[in-house]
Design a protein around this ligand. Structure first.
Ligand code: G3H
Ligand code: 13P
Ligand code: ZN
Length: 311
């Protein structure tokens, strides 16, 4: 089976009340761990590449790794650009073999966001590539996305309908209280998501796939493992998994997870070096990292996304 776009995946996910996991990839071990987990669960999956990942690993290496995973697993896999910030970046990924792109115009005015998203949609759809847009701003920090709390804002459901109609996007990321990174809520703050916004969007646009970014649960066992092995990650807290499960039964068809993979990998490597201070063969500590990553992804697919056996 060749790489697929997200159209069919999202249609089935919406109707089936589950979500597809979109996991960020940066190297071979991460690609292998995610796709091995998806194979064990007989689940479709999205592998997504950020601008930072593309800079780190290079476009051609990531595409070939993902193509190898498709060949190895024979699963429906979409290769997606995460947080594309310009038409040129989206075009370059579409021309270079991606089957799905995100154009993130959430930092622009409503009209500017519509204009750039529409331009990407026209280019992408002519090439059978699906497009994700974003409306509303999530707080949080990554390489190329840095929004502090005061600039974050919830999505206005009334704007969603107009945005979708005028741009023709295939899916839309909305802000309902999730945020990027490992510190999603302040110490003592009760994690909350605005399910009322999601419900309104769902009512206004029945059948339209919604995307949740910043959806790591910041797995406590791996934060603990990091702290027990020389790390310092006090107060790291994420989105409770039962909230994500609930969102997946609603209009949310794609759930983005990166930080939990980073935590899993870092904790595993830290522990390995603590347990075996004499080891210096990367295959030894990367094997631990890959095994735990596979377990993390399998857990998400089975217990959070609900996408097991949906091929
Ligand atoms: O939301 C984006 C992902 O966590 C990717 O982060 O830009 O540091 O690769 P990155
Ligand atoms: P997390 O930082 O919560 O894993 O979110 C990742 C993400 O949204 C990638 O686009
Ligand atoms: Zn994101």
């Amino acid at each position: 089976m060749p790489l697929v776009n997200t159209k069919e995946m999202f249609k089935k996910a919406y109707e089936g009340g589950y979500a597809i996991g979109a996991f960020n990839v940066n190297n071979m071990e991460i690609v292998q761990a995610i796709t091995e987990a998806a194979k064990l669960e007989n689940s479709p999956v999205i592998l997504q590449v950020s601008a930072g990942a593309r800079k780190y690993a290079k476009h051609a290496y990531l595409v070939k790794l993902v193509e190898a995973a498709v060949e190895d697993t024979n699963l429906p896999i979409a290769l997606h650009l995460d947080h594309g910030d310009s038409f040129e970046l989206c075009k370059s990924c579409i021309d270079g073999g991606f089957t799905s792109v995100m154009i993130d115009g959430s930092h622009l005015s409503f009209e500017e966001n519509i204009a750039v998203t529409k331009k990407v949609v026209e280019y992408a759809h002519a090439r059978n590539v699906t497009v994700e847009g974003e409306l509303g701003r999530l707080a949080g920090i990554e390489d190329d996305v840095n929004v502090n709390d005061e600039h974050a804002s919830y999505t206005d459901p009334q704007q969603v309908q107009e945005f979708v109609q005028r741009t023709g996007v295939d899916s839309l990321a909305i802000a309902i209280g999730t945020s990027h990174g490992a510190y999603k809520f302040k110490p003592g703050q009760k994690p909350q998501l605005r399910f009322d916004i999601l419900e309104k969007v769902q009512t206004l646009l029945p059948g339209f796939p919604i995307v949740l970014h910043g959806a790591s649960s910041v797995m406590p066992e791996y934060v603990k493992m990091i702290n027990e092995n020389g790390g310092k990650m006090a107060d790291a807290v994420g989105i409770p998994e039962e909230m994500l499960r609930k969102a997946a039964t609603m209009a949310v068809c794609k759930i983005n997870i990166d930080s939990d993979l980073r935590l899993t990998m870092t904790a595993s490597i830290r522990k390995h070096f603590n347990d075996y201070p004499d080891h210096f063969d990367p295959r030894q500590y990367l094997t631990d990292a890959r095994t735990n990553l596979r377990n993390t992804v399998q857990h998400k697919i089975k217990n959070v996304l609900g996408s097991s056996n949906r091929i």
